[in-house]
Design a protein around this ligand. Sequence first.
Ligand code: PGA
Length: 258
Amino acid sequence: MSMGPMRRPVVAGNWKMNPPTLTEAVALARAVADAGDALDGIDTVICPPAVWLGAVAHELEGSRVAVGAQTMHFEERGAYTGEISPLMLAGLATYVLLGHSERRQYDGETDEGVARKVASAVAHGLRPIAAIGERLDERRAGSTEAVIDRQLRAALSGLDTIAGSGLVIAYEPVWAIGTGEAAEPSDAQSVARQIRGILHERFGDDAAAVPIQYGGSVTADNAAAFFALPDVDGALVGGASLKPDQFAAILAAAAASA
Ligand code: PGA
């Protein structure tokens, strides 16, 4: 008996703190929709800065391209200056990126905070993209596996089940982000397989439904090599997601291997 497709690849563009104007943000969203709407078999997401979420969501009405937030607070409301609550994302975002290494590095995001955010996202019907990955010093010290184990188990610690959660895991080695030095596909596969194993240990067969993205200097030239890996299902794309032609080529490569 055929198992059928267990999971759909998710290709997400993380715009970070770009572009600087509303006009450019809407134009970029339009360009992604024009490319993404023609493709089958993948889920396409763009994660604009929070101030552009409303305009981008409006531009994407009727498109298959989904909107993601780049972070959120785990509480629904309260005295958290500058923060965005899961309730505020209702109707604007389908996904929320959580635990990105830049937030861990510059904004004090901890494993414990990521755990609370992942649980809150699921409780509010948002698909979390939980980002994990080792730094260069950790890799050099041979502790990649231990770091992945710790970060992943922490991120999952607030969940009793992942059935219906829409959970996505993004494996992003920190040293590969924005450096032009992507991981070797074989290294990405071995970490993705480790992630799949931990998911299986925690949640049994539901683990097979979780897309595991690779992220870190994904380009139109190297994307297909990652999409061909058995445990990698899509990508989290930073720099190349700001270039419509590059991102369109990455989406096309994902659809071709889906
Ligand atoms: P990059 O960023 O594609 O520019 O390396 C990836 C990310 O930070 O999600």
